[in-house]
Design a protein around this ligand. Structure first.
Ligand code: GLN
Length: 304
């Protein structure tokens, strides 16, 4: 297995060149563009890693899957979907275009920035409690107590996050965002700046592949129906406006982040974490997508 993973990484190293480090969050442009790693956690307890699977990166949009599950647990699906939709946009992850032109004014889904910011505002608790509850859930799922915010990335996001700020103010105006705008954005920027490795996100994938039950203890943290909603959004919206192509080429639930990570899973089988900080024009790891495509073809992983 390890040998096969190495082969796949080496074959796809060339796709790093096709991508670029993001600059809109200046701190992210300092990542090592050539880092490339993969980690697999299968539900039988086997784990396999290759390449830079211990290289730390910020989780960014992959966190949206966790906050969605937490909000669903807190409020129930019926309540959450009054504020955020269930449809892909076909637009980029930080687009604000449809917020105003499509009525009612609510974000299309919880995987785009607007939807995720609204979802974070729906999590129970004060802003500090929200963040602590998100962090606690992360630590439990990954079985990694040392996960923390990368302070430089957090400050960089907070300083340059005016597009997110604009969407959040608009959403408060139309009654989608609950509570104080800056407080909610602060939680969102912190959740996006949590520092993880391929291993951590593979664990999250495995947890979802296991329908919301912790592998290590058998404890159910998330109701199966909420894990199912999260996985479905990963298929329809997890790779933003490349989700359709990804479903055809790779065919497994996946969520990317601008830190270069992709968290993927095969239901009932395994969680997969991939890192490649250079991004394609849709904001997905350029080499990471190709690695997952090869992996899926080699082991016939597509769920379709
Ligand atoms: N924190 C990032 C942002 O708000 C998350 C986007 C992403 O990973 N696609 O822009």
């Amino acid at each position: 297995m390890k040998h096969k993973l190495k082969e796949i990484l080496d074959k796809n190293r060339c796709f790093i060149e096709a991508g670029n480090l993001p600059t809109y969050i200046p701190e992210l442009s300092k990542a090592n563009k050539n880092a490339l790693g993969i980690y697999i956690v299968d539900l039988n307890g086997e784990e396999y890693g290759e390449g830079d699977y211990e290289y730390p990166f910020t989780i960014q949009s992959i966190s949206k899957v966790i906050t969605l599950m937490l909000a669903l647990e807190d409020r129930g699906a019926e309540e959450i979907f009054k504020f955020v939709g269930m449809e892909p946009t076909g637009d980029s992850f930080n687009s604000m275009m449809k917020l105003e032109i499509v009525r009612p004014s609510r974000p299309f889904n919880p995987m785009i920035n607007a939807g995720a910011i609204a979802v974070t505002s729906l999590i129970n608790g004060s802003p500090e409690e929200k963040f602590q509850r998100i962090l606690t859930l992360f630590k439990k799922i990954t079985n990694n107590d040392s996960i923390k915010v990368n302070h430089e990335v957090y400050l960089s996001e907070k300083k340059t996050g005016d597009r997110n700020r604009a969407m959040a103010y608009f959403m408060r105006d139309v009654g989608v965002l609950q509570g104080d705008v800056e407080d909610n954005l602060d939680v969102y920027f912190r959740q996006c700046s949590l520092e993880v490795t391929c291993r951590d996100i593979a664990k999250i994938g495995a947890f979802l592949a296991n329908d919301g039950v912790l592998l290590q203890t058998g404890e159910r943290l998330i109701e199966a129906k909420n894990a199912k909603i999260a996985k479905t959004f990963m298929v329809t919206c997890g790779m933003y406006n490349a989700s359709g192509e990804f479903a055809i080429e790779v065919g497994i639930p996946a969520k990317s982040g601008v830190g270069g990570g992709i968290m993927a899973l095969v239901p009932g089988k395994m969680g997969i974490g991939v890192l490649g900080p250079a991004l394609d024009d849709k904001g997905n790891s350029s080499a990471g997508v190709q690695i997952l495509s090869d992996l899926s073809n080699l082991f016939n992983l597509s769920i379709f």
